[in-house]
Each structure stands twice: as structure tokens, then as C-alpha cells.
Design a protein around this ligand. Sequence first.
Ligand code: TXA
Ligand code: MG
Length: 343
Amino acid sequence: MDIIKGSLVNQKQVKMHIKEIIQAGGLVVFPTETVYGIGADATNEKAVQKIFIAKGRPSDNPLIVHLAHPKDLEMIVYDIPEVAKPLMKAYWPGPLTLIFWKKEIIPKSVSGGLDTVGVRIPDSKIARTIIEAAGVPICAPSANVSGRPSSTLFEHVLEDFMGKVDLIIDGGMTDIGIESTVLDVTTPIPVLLRPGAITQSMIEKTINMGIIDATETPVHDVPKSPGMKYTHYAPQGDIHLIEGEKENVIEYINKEIKKYPEHQIGVIAPDEYIKSIDAHYKVALGSLLKPEEMGRNLFLALRQMDQLKIKIIMIPALPKEELGQAIMNRLYKAAGQKIIKID
Ligand code: TXA
Ligand code: MG
């Protein structure tokens, strides 16, 4: 297994190396602006299988296909609905995945058996250079073992995939820290399947119409996006997500802390809460006034709780506006869809 610094991907021999690995059906982990991805040739059935095995991912959970240029889109999808065009113009390259009807060139193993395919063009220069060098569309789910928090640091990738892939590109910490927004544009009214940094209101403003929010479809309904039905982002400890007035939440958490030995309980909270929390282990997520900071630190905070072998992780619920919707979506899943409401 090779490790190469992200700053070197522009070198000719590095690009050749990437091309050789991908075209031989190998796996390359690389940073994007959202999280790290584990990539393979999306047109090579055998290579795609390797991703599912490396991640331990259920085979009905489809992979996102990554392109370097919008012009490559028609190679893999049937038609580009009108509603998708302003979105592509506004947010590509960037953290928006659009679901289209797929062409045969993308095997069904990529799309989890569906006739559709999720596509995005990452904003990360390193990621685009890699895709371009590979010379084929790259399917890449987040680079984490299935069920674990996504990787936002090179070190997390090593934790999960050391020796299990052909090449890892070390690009340091990813910028956004939360996976791309997933939007289905195969229906007349687009359907939001996963919230992300491109928020619902940004999408609605761009296309000048309302969209359907399916991100909180209960698990027992038929999920639109297969990924919704699996537990995600879960650290090894139990997450207690607490909703209520700030002072009450702090009081509740401080009471709970006393019930456990200090090395068993940890708290992850916005800066505005953290000083008043009496826990031995606590992680400040970032300011409530800077949701993008909280987004960037979220998975790192969850993984640190694992490093400490924390059993109970207390986290105040956050406001669900804008990027907060994406952050709460991940936390809610990590908490096993439970919220503790206090007044
Ligand atoms: O930011 C991201 O999107 C990262 C980076 C690496 O690009 N990738 C990522 O992939 O998060 P993954 O596989 O962890 O999540 C893909 C999500 C899943 O929830 C999956 O169910 C959904 O997108 N998805 C993919 N293709 C789909 C399709 N054809 N129809 C419905 N949902 C789809
Ligand atoms: Mg994932």
C-alpha cells in the first residue's frame, strides 16, 4: 500500500501511478472537500465489489459517482432534467450530489440495483486531479468502515483502511467535514435525500420552487435512498442527544455526568455551552454562530470519543436551520434516532 501527499498529485508520475491502479481495478482513498472517499473505476464491476468488501457495506446501498467535468455527465446518465441545470451551474463543482437515470455503462452494483445513479463533481482540486488522471468515472463512498463516522482526517483513513487499499492520498483535514447534499432530480419535484452544505433553502432559491424533504423518512417506510435505513456515523459509545433550553440542557448534562465514572462519559457541545459543562472529557464543536465550524469538527469529535473508549456521549441538540439540518441529521442517526427532550 502506498501513501502520497496531496500536494504531489499534480506530478506526472503520480498521475500515471493513480491511472495504473484505478485502471487495474484497484482502490484509492482520496480527500474531497466534504470527507475522504474510497474510490474505484465506476465502470469496472470487480473494482466496485472491492469497495463494498473493504467497507463492509451492504450491497443495496448505492455509491456516488464522481466526475472531473460536467461534460462527462452525458457519458453516464440518460437525460439532464431542466431543474438540474441551474443547480449544476450554481453548485458544481461542490458538495451537491444529484440523482439521475443511469446509462448501462454504470453497473447496477454501483447503484445498489437501482436504475438511477448519484453524481457529483467535487470542488477539491486534489480530488478532481485524481479523477482526471484516472480517466474513468470514480465511484467513491465515504472512506470509513460501514457504520463508523466518516473520515475527515488522513489518520481516520489509516484507522479504517491501513493495508486494505492500494493507495491513500494524504490531504490533511477536509474542509466541510459533512458529506454532500443528495438531491433526487428524477421526479418533477426534486426530493432531498440527505442534507448537506448545500442547504434546502439554497436549492429552493436557485430553482425557484419548493422541494420535498425526505431526510427524516422514518426507517420503517420504504426509504427513497437506501443509505437512510442503515445506522450511520455511530461511535462505539451511546449518544444521548438532548433538546431543550440551553440552561436546562447544561443542568441536565451536569447531573448525568455525576452518575458515571469520569473516564466513561464525554460531552460534545458548541463553544457557548462548553465552559459550563463539568465533564472531564469534553470537546468544543465550534461556535453556534459558525455552523460550518461545527460541521467540520463533528466526525473528528465522535472519533475522539472512540479513542477515549467513552461509553456515554452527551450532546446538546442544535438548531436545525441551514447547515444545522445536516449536522442534526448525522447526530440523530448516530443517536439511533432518539432525542431526549427536557423542559
Ligand atoms: O460527500 C460525499 O458525498 C462523500 C464524498 C466521498 O464524495 N461520499 C459519500 O458517499 O458520502 P456515501 O456512499 O457514504 O453516501 C452516499 C449516499 C448514501 O446515503 C446513498 O444511499 C445515497 O447517497 N445514494 C447514492 N446513490 C443513490 C441513488 N441512486 N439513489 C438514492 N440514493 C443514493
Ligand atoms: Mg458514508
